[in-house]
Design a binder for this molecule. Structure first.
Ligand code: PEP
Length: 253
């Protein structure tokens, strides 16, 4: 069975005090309200990671993730953050290939393959984002685009390594737009993704792979999305900045 996961992508939001307040609220509410079989992940800006990690305390289902890392282990790469650094702070997950990184920082599938490798080499788990832009959806090319992203960035992995990857399907036209994919559109793509994983790695790996939906997910639409058989949870942007909304989404299974 795939793990149920609700991950919050805080993006470039929150000052020091906001981050501490938000993380403490999430940890406290999770204790009382979120079933222990739901994994919660807070993906914060780099500067807040260490503090947020310390605030997770003894919570067993609350984890901390970064939103990116560099593809080299160390060296003269001014301004970058390396996977071994993140690991040394006890960070558990790293989002890779978010559409904003692909668009604004021109991250290619090949660069993302290298980032996936270095995250796994450093005993962290990648949350790998894939998804099509509006033009591609309108041209009926969404399956082709997503297949290409998975093949070029993930399918070089061994089955053993692949089981550590979380996939997040995020139709780019639904991110931060208030426009959610319908549950039919989400289910269709998630089933397609699971089918690709099954073809490549077999049925057992496909069944175990968590495929999250991301794109304007909120408490009001999460129950319908999470009820889809191939949707294992969500990658949440805007709504993860409000502890009440984030926790309510995690209670939507
Ligand atoms: C995201 O950026 O990963 C995301 C899903 O954003 P939002 O929920 O705000 O659409």
């Amino acid at each position: 069975m795939a793990k149920k996961i609700v991950a919050g992508n805080w993006k470039m939001n929150t000052l020091k005090e906001d981050a501490e307040k938000l993380a403490s609220e999430v940890v406290n509410m999770a204790k009382d309200e979120v079933p222990s079989d739901v994994t919660l992940i807070m993906c914060t800006p780099f500067l807040h990671l260490a503090k947020v990690k310390s605030l997770t305390g003894s919570a067993t289902n609350v984890f901390v993730g970064a939103q990116n890392c560099y593809e080299k282990a160390n060296g003269a790469y001014t301004g970058e953050i390396a996977a071994p650094m993140l690991h040394s702070y006890g960070i558990d997950y790293v989002i890779l290939g978010h559409s904003e990184r692909r668009e604004y920082f021109k991250e290619s599938n090949a660069v993302l393959a290298a980032k996936v490798d270095i995250v796994l080499e450093n005993d962290m788990l990648p949350i790998f984002c894939c998804g099509e832009v509006l033009d591609e959806r309108e041209a009926g090319k969404q399956n082709e685009v997503v297949k290409n992203q998975l093949e070029e960035s993930l399918f070089h992995l061994s089955a053993d390594d692949f089981t550590k990857v979380v996939i997040a399907y995020e139709p780019v036209w639904a991110i931060g737009t208030g426009k959610t994919a319908t549950s039919e559109q989400a289910q269709e793509m998630h089933a397609y993704i699971r089918g690709l994983v099954k073809e490549k790695y077999g049925e057992a790996v496909a069944a175990e792979t968590s495929v999250l939906y991301g794109g304007s997910c909120k408490p009001s639409n999460a129950p319908e999305l999470f009820a889809c058989p191939d949707v294992d949870g969500g990658l949440i942007g805007g709504a993860s900045l409000k502890s009440r909304d984030f926790i309510d989404i995690a209670k939507s299974y």
